[in-house]
Design a binder for this molecule. Structure first.
Ligand SMILES: [Zn+2]
Length: 242
């Protein structure tokens, strides 16, 4: 049987039987893959303990024989653990990968972003940063700089529709209202690198409003609620807010 090599980020580890696990990995070349990891939970397993959630790893696997069977993990190597501890942000990222990514659909920009955000140990706005960037990659949002209708730069307020479009106040003033500083921060989350965006914070009163709106967009686009939303109800990121 043909052996395939890839590298990827583990976003889910589920028990399959007493000793076996199903690992879900977002990989560089094959997109989302579900892998049967035999013996994962055995006491002498080489994977348990090192292969943790959001670690990045090289791996070899046997592709699935048909639609009903699973790919089989052969071995993993070169583990790189994540920089952030399991937190509500992690549940959200994992749930997003599960619901938005299709099996075997490679999305290099999303892989690179996941690989980058694993290092975002200090990002206080991680949930908003993740959703804005991830949904941009998946084609939901236009540039936060220009009105979707007239194409003019925002100079004051903008109005964000559930469809993802953003209008200036002259074109349409319904939807989620964003002030100029919100717009600047969201734009940085769309395109800046980790070193920069993790230091740029939303005003505290904007954080919950924008996060709630992002969850509404998720629900609207996917016709299903996000289980992880309950962890973010009235959660105020701890410190370092401007
Ligand atoms: Zn306009």
């Amino acid at each position: 049987m043909r052996t395939v090599f890839d590298c990827g980020i583990v976003f889910s580890i589920q028990k399959f039987s007493e000793f076996d696990a199903i690992l879900k990995i977002f990989s560089k070349n094959n997109g989302k893959i579900s892998l049967l990891a035999r013996g994962f939970f055995r006491p002498k397993s080489k994977m348990i303990g090192v292969l943790q959630l959001f670690c990045e790893t090289d791996f070899y696997f046997f592709p699935a024989k048909n639609e009903k069977s699973l790919c089989k993990l052969i071995r993993t190597e070169n583990f790189s653990p994540p920089n952030f501890q399991p937190s509500p942000d992690f549940f959200l990222i994992s749930e997003f990968c599960e619901k938005f990514c299709r099996e075997n659909q490679s999305i290099p920009t999303f892989f690179n972003f996941l690989s980058e955000i694993r290092r975002a140990s200090d990002a206080k706005n991680l949930a908003v940063i993740f959703l804005v960037r991830a949904l941009t990659i998946f084609g939901f949002f236009p540039d936060f700089k220009f009105c979707s209708k007239c194409g003019k730069k925002f100079s004051n307020f903008a109005f964000w529709k559930m469809s993802g479009e953003i209008f200036c106040e002259n074109c349409d003033n319904s939807g989620q209202k964003l002030n100029f500083s919100d717009i600047k921060v969201l734009k940085s989350y769309q395109y800046f690198s980790l070193e920069i965006y993790q230091k740029i914070l939303l005003e505290i009163k904007s954080y919950q409003k924008i996060l709630d709106f992002l969850f509404l967009i998720l629900k609207n686009s996917h016709h299903t609620s996000f289980f992880s939303q309950k962890f973010f109800k009235n959660k105020k990121p701890e410190s370092n807010f401007c």
